[in-house]
Each structure stands twice: as C-alpha cells, then as structure tokens.
Design a binder for this molecule. Structure first.
Ligand code: XUL
Ligand code: CO
Length: 437
C-alpha cells in the first residue's frame, strides 16, 4: 500500500533550473558547504503533529484535511496505520529526523495506564520503522496542554494532582524518547502561563515549574537518557502571558533556578516574532551564551499576527538564520525542525510534499547565501572595524578591567571631547547582503 503513489521513491535534487514540482532546486544533501554536507548542516526534521495530525480546523471552522489513510477513530490501529504513512512520507522526502508529542502518535485511554499501553504499542511500530528507514528521532515531547485536565496549566497548575499527572506523563515520554534514541527532549510551555493575575500566584507557579524541570533532569540521569534538554520560548498563545516568553526570559528563569547547565533553547521563528523580536535576534541572544540548541522552522504572517506556523520560503529570512547558526558552529544535536503546517485550503496530501520541499530548499538556499557572505567576510570585517576603538588604548583598558570612573574622567578631562563617530552604513550593508541573494 502506498499513500503517495504519484511521488517517486525519493525526491531528487535537480538544480535551480528544474521545473519539476517534486524535485529539490537547492537541497542537495551531499553538497559540501564550509566543510560539511548540507544534510549535516541542516538536520531536517518533520513534525508529527502538523503533518500527520493536522486537520485544518481553526477557531472558525471544522477540519478540512481528511486524509484517505486516516479513519478518524482514536484507535491504536488507526495510529499504527498513520505511522506507516508518516515513514513513507519522510523516506520519500529524504529527511533524516522527525519529532513528536506523545499524544500525536498514540491515543489517550480512559486511564493513565491505558494511555501508556497505547503509547507502547505505537512506539514498537515507530521503532520498527526507524530501523527500516534509518530515520531518527530529533526530539520527543509531552503534550501537556490539549487535555481539559491541563486547563490551568500542567507544572504551573493550581491543582497539585495535575502537576503529578504531568510528571507521570513526562516520565513516560522520557522513557519512550530514550527507547527511540531521541537526540533531544523539548519542553514547550503549553499552558504554563496565566490569563489573569487576579487569580494567579505567579511566584508559586514559577517555583513549581522549576521543581518540575529539576525532577525531569534527575529522572533523565536515573534512566541514562543523555539527549539534550531544550526549552522552547513563546510569549503568548494559548495564555495571554507564557512564562517562557522569549530567550532572555527563559535564560533568566533557568539561571535563577539553577537549571542553566541542563538546558539549551529550541527557538521558533513565529514565536520570536510574536515576542516582538526577529528570529535572528533570538538566535544571536541564545548563541552568544552557548544556548542555541535547535530551531523550529516556520514563519508567521505579519497581517494576521498569531502563530500561523507557515512553511518558510523567504531566502532573506533563512539566510539570516543560517548566518547565526554557522557563526555558532551549527545546531547538532539539534536540527531544523519544520514546526509548520499547510493552510487549511491546501487540501491534498501532495501539498505536504510541496510544503516541505519549499521549506528545505529555502533553508538550503539560505545556507549557501550565508556561507557566501561569510566567505567574502565583508560583514565580519565591517563589524570588526566598527569596534576597533576597543582593541587598544582606552577601550582595551576598560575591557581588561583596568579603568574606573576616576581614570575615565581624568582621560576625558585631558582629551576634552570624544573621538568623532563614524557612519554605521546600514543602507550600504543591506545593499551588500542583497548581492548574495
Ligand atoms: C506551539 C509549538 C509546539 C512545540 C512543541 O506553538 O511550537 O508545537 O514546538 O510542543
Ligand atoms: Co514549536
């Protein structure tokens, strides 16, 4: 049985001139860039939730994406059929990784024990398909936000039983992620945040969240799970204020609660823009602190203003992203995870291929643009020169900690006025970047 009969066994690379809709124009997995293959640089990953569980439902309308292989029942049998289709899709696309929430892959049962049994049955098949295809698990995560029990949050719920349930769920999900060789484990805040401070004890909620994460760190150690832990910032949706609002907030939280050594960040484009930042800003902020772990690749829509999770197709965006990723030495063991969904009007299974091919090509093109910019070195040289007053003289004294307010006053009284400023040349630099696009 094949779910995608019109798609060849493997999407080929045909080069920029190709007019074949089911071919890559830029993603050539063995092509070397800065000494590594594109495949190694990009470490592409398909998300189970949008690509195999997305229904096209939105706050205004019912599901539109009814897949022929999915009978709509919350059964293990249906879930297993879906796994086979997912691996056919990923194998044909040629991605090395995938990512899932526990509840994407297997249905909830009436009790936690039954739910765990459902998960075990599907994990057996996931493992079989991973072995058959060589496709690996980039990360696992627990869905701590869809079920009504999580209405007030999970680790930050006012209901201690819900904290306990969430702990049991993450325990199981860590075991499963280890069993499947997952290279990372993600904590996205889900409903960890608040709608209204009149009913919220923020301090207590944050203390609980930190306790929860310490328990996860301890349990990973106990079972020998060595994957990288990642926190995924997002400022709002579903709550008005998500606690993990952006990279700065996450790193402050981790530092304050003595968790910093155990976590890096999984940074998502549409979350960065919802926070009022560019993706490049968030990547740089994490990267400069050694905390750039992985990315959720997508893009938002400035006219809609919510988390639209669209596939990234803009070379300017992907070039900016790849510039920062190359600067900080790559993402491994993280990857470029397409946390993106086709529009509800994109009705056909083939649209899933068009979406991923476009996203992969956009990142491959972004990688090549970034590498070309770095090779010429114009940007680096400009930035180096822009800060050269810090390389010697008074700047070097300040950086070395040999200056204080008295010595700086004496220096400036003697000099009378600061050296003149030089142009920041922003417009020229933007023109230079456009030469590479
Ligand atoms: C939600 C989101 C999640 C996480 C995993 O906005 O991005 O899908 O990536 O829980
Ligand atoms: Co995400």
């Amino acid at each position: 049985m094949t779910a995608f009969p019109e798609v060849p066994a493997r999407i080929p690379y045909e080069g920029p001139q190709s007019r074949n809709d089911l071919a890559f124009r830029w993603y050539n997995e063995d092509e070397m860039v800065e000494g590594k293959s594109m495949k190694e640089h990009l470490r592409f990953s398909v998300v189970y939730w949008h690509t195999f569980r997305g229904t096209g439902a939105d706050p205004f309308g019912a599901p539109t994406l009814l897949r022929p292989w999915d009978d709509g029942t919350p059964t293990v049998e249906n879930a297993i059929r879906r796994v086979r289709v997912a691996f056919e899709f990923m194998e044909k696309l040629g991605v090395p990784y995938y990512a899932f929430h526990d509840r994407d892959v297997a249905p909830e049962g009436a009790t936690l024990a039954e739910t765990n049994r459902n998960l075990d049955a599907v994990v057996k098949v996931l493992k079989e398909e991973q072995q058959r295809t060589g496709i690996k698990l980039l990360w696992g995560t627990a869905n701590l936000f869809s079920h009504p029990r999580y209405a007030h949050g999970a680790a930050t719920s006012c209901n201690a039983d819900v904290f306990a349930y969430a702990a049991a769920q993450v325990k199981k999900c860590l075991e499963v992620t280890k069993e499947l060789g997952g290279e990372n484990y993600v904590f996205w805040g889900g409903r960890e945040g608040y709608q209204n401070l009149f009913n919220t004890n923020m301090k207590r909620e944050l203390d609980h969240l930190a306790k929860f994460l310490h328990m996860a760190v301890d349990y990973a150690k106990q079972i020998g799970f060595t994957g990288q832990f990642l926190i995924e910032p997002k400022p709002k949706e579903p709550t008005k204020h998500q606690y993990d609002s952006d990279c700065a907030a996450c790193l402050n939280f981790l530092r304050a609660y003595d968790l910093l050594d155990h976590f890096k960040l999984n940074i998502e484009t549409n979350h960065a823009t919802l926070a009022g930042h560019t993706m490049m800003h968030e990547l740089e902020y994490a990267g400069m602190q050694g905390k750039l772990g992985s990315i959720d690749a997508n893009t938002g829509d400035l006219l809609l203003g919510w988390d639209t999770d669209q596939f990234p197709t803009n070379y300017y965006l992907t070039a900016e992203i790849m510039l920062v990723i190359l600067k900080y030495g790559g993402l491994a063991p993280g990857g470029v995870n397409f946390d993106a969904k086709v529009r509800r009007e994109s009705l056909d299974p083939i649209d899933l291929f068009h979406a991923h091919i476009g996203g992969m090509d956009a990142f491959a093109r972004g990688l090549k643009i970034a590498a070309a910019i770095r090779k010429d070195g114009i940007l680096d040289e400009f930035v180096r020169r822009r800060y050269r007053s810090w390389d010697e003289g008074i700047g070097a004294e300040i950086e070395a900690g040999r200056a204080d307010f008295r010595s700086l006053e004496a220096y400036m009284l003697d000099k009378g006025e600061a050296a003149p400023n030089e142009s920041g040349r922003q417009e020229w630099l933007e023109n230079v970047i456009n030469r590479y696009l």
